[in-house]
Design a protein around this ligand. Structure first.
Ligand code: FAD
Length: 396
């Protein structure tokens, strides 16, 4: 079985009971329960959610498959779109003696996001922040009318009480994605939000977001690879400096928290474990629309890499408070002080372009990087934008 980067092993299931062929085949094999099988798989293979590839329908799939309307005498069906905080909290307390529950999401687990940053540097293991849906709501694994479907919702027909979905597959390695429909009696839309890039060129291609477990895995992988590469014979000084320059864009809670984790990692671990290169590693935190916060551990910056920082202007402490802009002033000052204690320098800058090894600020400053984490806030997804339903002021 192929394990996707967005999948973890459901501890309640020894074998998957979901068939993809037709609605009539959606009958469950009673699973064998085994909580001892709980383990997170490091899902490193890639999968595609590329809609364009869905056009050629796989011959193994019956068109028009899905779950039809519930019949008289059946439990009403609650369809939950999304397996994040909102969807999982609701599913956890759903009375499954009254309702059948069907969850549709491209990931089969919930992510405990406040601890995600710690997994990037190994303070926590990935399994500590991911909870399988089957553990949150066991009915989806064992009740005959309840399911988890790995897929994306692509549209909602509120008049017909129908959601359109598309499977998430591993492309040619498994099956092409295909569409299916689910009728609902009650619908919960808990689709969350998408990372904002403000249309800045090169962000999606070159930066790593920090929203999913596989993002944290990618950050950790890249960080360790760069640490290893920079200690290899033959590496130039310039390249070593670039590889070990970690740039975080976004001075919100996630960017600040991740920078703090990185800084702790450098001060505590890199100085001990990678002593040869400890003087080369730096973290720079860029606040996209306001200030650029340069954060570096208390180390001496070799002269040959000081160019990276020459063009940046140190900001006054009042401007430094612009990080965590949605927070109370006292908290902002505290966070700024903590960052400064770790060797933080604050400078202004706005990112205008991101290339594979450097980003460019709008004043022309080039900032080479080895690791780039993008965390500039979130906005509604195209699907949520397209829904003709009442929304909150932020469009969600
Ligand atoms: C690193 C990090 C740290 C954070 N720390 C904190 C914190 O300390 N305190 C705090 O209050 N908040 C924190 N947050 C914010 C918090 O995680 C979010 O507010 C919360 O996740 C929002 O919950 P949600 O259920 O609306 O969306 P999400 O948790 O994002 O869930 C959305 C779900 O919808 C799924 N989905 C997306 N598109 C589709 C589709 N088309 N079809 C089906 N499913 C889809 C997703 O896969 C996901 O499962 C943090 C966020 C991050 C990224």
């Amino acid at each position: 079985m192929v394990w996707f980067k967005n999948l973890i092993l459901n501890p309640l299931l020894k074998s998957s009971s979901l068939s993809s062929s037709s609605s009539s085949s959606l009958h469950k094999v009673k699973p064998t329960f085994s909580t001892s099988t709980y383990s997170i798989l490091t899902c490193l293979s890639r999968y595609t959610t590329d809609v364009s590839s869905a056009s050629s329908l796989s011959p193994q799939v019956v068109q028009g498959s899905g779950l039809g309307p519930t019949k008289a005498g059946e439990k009403p069906r609650v369809v939950v779109l999304g397996s994040g905080w909102a969807g999982c909290r609701l599913m956890k307390d759903l009375d499954t003696s009254i309702y059948d529950v069907v969850c549709v999401s491209p990931r089969n687990h919930m992510v405990f996001t406040p601890l995600l940053a710690s997994t990037c540097v190994g303070t926590l293991e990935f399994r500590s922040v991911a909870e399988p849906i089957g553990r949150i709501q066991p009915a989806i694994s064992r009740e005959p009318g309840s399911y988890f479907f790995l897929g994306n919702c692509t549209g909602i027909d509120a008049d017909k009480h129908l959601v359109n979905c598309e499977t998430v597959t591993d492309g040619l390695d498994t099956l092409h994605p295909w569409n299916f429909k689910i009728s609902y009696d009650k619908l919960v839309i808990a689709l969350g939000a998408e990372a904002s890039t403000f249309g800045i060129h090169g962000v999606k291609e070159n930066a790593i977001f920090l929203r999913e477990v596989h993002h944290a895995q990618e950050i950790r992988r890249k960080l360790l690879l760069n640490l290893m590469l920079s200690d290899m014979p033959g590496i130039t000084e310039d390249e070593k400096c670039r590889l070990l320059h970690c740039v975080v864009v976004g001075g919100g809670p996630t960017g600040v928290e991740f920078s703090g984790e990185l800084s702790d990692f450098i001060i505590r671990d890199v100085h001990q474990t990678y002593a040869h290169i400890k003087d080369y590693i730096h973290v720079t935190l860029i606040e996209v629309w306001g200030i650029l916060v340069q954060l570096k551990p208390r180390i001496r910056v070799p002269n040959n890499i000081s160019n990276y920082f020459k063009l940046t202007a140190v900001v006054k402490s009042s401007q430094a408070n612009e990080i965590l802009s949605s927070f109370d002033d006292r908290l902002r000052r505290y966070a700024t002080k903590q960052l400064q204690k770790s060797g933080v320098h604050l400078v202004r800058g706005v990112v205008k372009d991101v290339q594979s090894q450097k980003l460019i600020l709008n004043d022309g400053t080039e900032v080479p990087y080895g690791l780039l984490v993008w965390s500039t806030g979130v906005g509604p997804s195209p699907l949520v934008k397209s829904l003709d339903l009442q929304k909150s002021p932020g469009g969600r």
